[in-house]
Write a protein that binds this ligand. Structure first.
Ligand code: AMP
Length: 229
């Protein structure tokens, strides 16, 4: 059973790693950011509520995202596990998640913290481009599309997320340090925390990730870096 949380700052690579892991383990990737962006696009009530927070790089109120997650993890496709990508992001969200899971008689198996230096995060976020049609991610520096502005998987138009502008990136990183980073201690104290160095080529990071997960979180080896760094 694999019930996994991906922690890490915006731009740490949680989404791209979660996408591949979800295919290999055949468990869903649950991204609150993706769910909220879809709601904004569809102009639903949820989307209207979330939009102003997201545009400013702030967190959407806890009760809104907790409701989304509670409904999602009760779905049939989550029976064999799931990857939470971008949730929880505050201590109250983590506590609410614990009580939802307690009620279901299950628990989180592992929390993976992706460690990436701040300069790299800024470069990744400001260079990120996303396909409007299929959601594929590119980076103008490290993973550019073959043809400028066009997705090479589906031909869709690539765009820059409004919250990937330079000012909003700084706000999002501040929000991360203030509100999300305390979760590292929260899960370390529960003995569930494992770290993966999130720099380097995608495949290298992915094999570090698999080694940590498949070693049952054996923390010896090059995937582990000192806690608290
Ligand atoms: P992401 O795609 O994970 O970077 O999320 C994009 C934006 O969606 C964030 O900057 C928040 O405004 C909002 N968001 C995503 N997940 C959460 C969450 N767990 N709690 C609050 N807001 C969230």
């Amino acid at each position: 059973m694999k019930r996994i949380i991906f922690l890490g700052a915006p731009g740490a690579g949680k989404g791209t790693q979660a996408e591949r892991l979800s295919e290999i383990y055949d468990i869903p990737q649950i991204s609150t950011g993706d769910i909220l962006r879809q709601a904004v696009k569809d102009e639903t009530l949820l989307g209207k509520k979330a939009r102003s927070y997201m545009d400013k790089g702030n967190l959407v109120p806890d009760e809104v995202v907790i409701g989304i997650i509670e409904e999602r993890i009760n779905s049939e496709d989550c029976e064999n596990g799931f990857i939470l990508d971008g949730f929880p992001r505050t201590v109250p969200q983590a506590e609410a998640l614990d009580s939802v899971l307690d009620g279901m008689g299950i628990q989180i198996d592992m929390v993976i913290d992706f460690k990436v230096p701040e300069d790299d995060l800024i470069k990744r976020l400001s260079g990120r481009r996303v396909c409007r049609l299929c959601g594929a991610n590119y980076n103008i520096w490290s993973n550019p599309p073959k043809k400028d502005g066009t997705c090479q998987k589906c031909g869709g138009e690539l765009y820059q997320r409004t919250d990937d502008s330079e000012d909003t990136i700084r706000d999002r990183l501040n929000v991360y340090h203030l509100q999300t980073e305390p979760l590292i201690k929260f899960y370390r104290d529960k003995g569930r925390l494992f770290s993966v160095v999130g720099t380097g080529h995608f495949d290298v990071i992915f094999s570090r990730l698999r080694r940590v997960i498949e070693g049952g979180g054996d923390t010896h080896g090059d995937t582990e870096i000192p806690r608290g760094n």
